[in-house]
Design a protein around this ligand. Structure first.
Ligand SMILES: C[S@@+](CC[C@H](N)C(=O)[O-])C[C@H]1O[C@@H](n2cnc3c(N)ncnc32)[C@H](O)[C@@H]1O
Length: 206
C-alpha cells in the first residue's frame, strides 16, 4: 500500500463510499462507538483520515473545535459537503503519517478505519500519540487481525486482494500499540462489529 495508490483508489471510491461504509452494520457500529464519548465544550478534536465524514455527525453541533484531515481531496470534498456551513470545522489535506500539528494539540483524536489503510501504521500511531494532549483520548475504530497467531488461510489469501482496494485486513493492533504503552492507558478494547474483527479501542494519554 502506498499514498499514491490510496489517493487513486479513494478518488474512485468517494462517490460510493457511504453506501457501503456509512450504512447498515457500519452505521450501527459507528453509533455504538461514538455516542457515549464525554465531550466538553471548546475541546479540540482531530479526525484523522476523515474520509467522507461518516463520523462527523457525532461531533457537529457540540461547540467543539474540529479539525479533519485526509490525503484524498475527493473524500474531503464529500466530508465538507456534510459539514455545510459549520464554521467550527477545518478541513486539511494531510498525510496521517506526518501530521503538521504541534505536539499535544488535541483533546480527542479519532482514528476510524485509518490504521488499516495508511502505508505505515506504526508511523501513523506515533503521530496520533504525539498530537494528543496529556489526559486526552484517542479513539480507534478499525479492523484488525485477531490475536497474536497466524491468520486463517482464507484471510491470508484474501489479504493482498483486499489491499488493492485500499485497506489491509491483517494488521495487529497489539503490535501497533505496544511501543506506546508507557504513554497510554487502555480504557477500552472491545469488539465493535463482525465478531471481534472490528474493534473499539479507547486510549488515554498519560
Ligand atoms: C477506509 S477510509 C476511512 C474514512 C473514515 N475515517 C471512515 O471511518 O469512514 C480511509 C481514508 O483514509 C484516507 N487515507 C489513505 N491514506 C491516507 C494517508 N496516508 N493520510 C491520510 N489519509 C489517508 C483515504 O483517503 C480515506 O478517506
Amino acid at each position: 500500500m502506498n499514498n499514491r495508490w490510496n489517493k487513486l483508489i479513494y478518488r474512485a471510491g468517494a462517490p460510493f463510499y457511504d453506501v457501503l461504509f456509512n450504512a447498515g452494520p457500519f452505521a450501527r457500529a459507528r453509533k455504538k462507538v461514538f455516542t457515549d464519548l464525554a465531550l466538553e465544550p471548546g475541546q479540540r478534536v482531530l479526525l484523522v483520515g476523515v474520509g467522507t465524514g461518516a463520523d462527523l455527525r457525532f461531533f457537529c453541533g457540540k461547540t467543539l473545535e474540529i479539525t479533519a484531515v485526509d490525503l484524498s481531496p475527493a473524500m474531503l470534498a464529500q466530508a465538507k459537503s456534510k459539514a455545510g456551513e459549520n464554521e467550527h470545522i477545518r478541513f486539511l489535506e494531510m498525510d496521517a503519517q506526518d501530521l503538521r500539528f504541534a505536539d499535544q494539540s488535541f483533546d480527542l483524536v479519532i482514528a476510524s478505519l485509518i490504521l488499516s489503510v495508511v502505508p505505515d501504521e506504526h508511523k501513523c500511531m506515533s503521530e496520533l500519540v504525539r498530537v494528543t494532549k496529556e489526559r486526552g483520548s484517542i479513539v480507534i475504530f478499525d479492523k484488525f487481525k485477531g490475536g497474536e497467531g497466524k491468520m486463517p488461510l482464507i484471510m491470508r489469501m484474501l489479504r493482498p486482494l483486499v489491499a488493492v482496494l485500499g485497506t489491509d485486513i491483517g494488521r495487529n493492533y497489539q503490535a501497533i500499540l505496544k511501543p506506546h504503552l508507557e504513554r497510554l492507558n487502555i480504557r477500552e478494547d472491545s469488539p465493535a462489529m463482525f465478531g471481534d474483527m472490528y474493534r473499539k479501542i479507547v486510549l488515554e494519554r498519560k
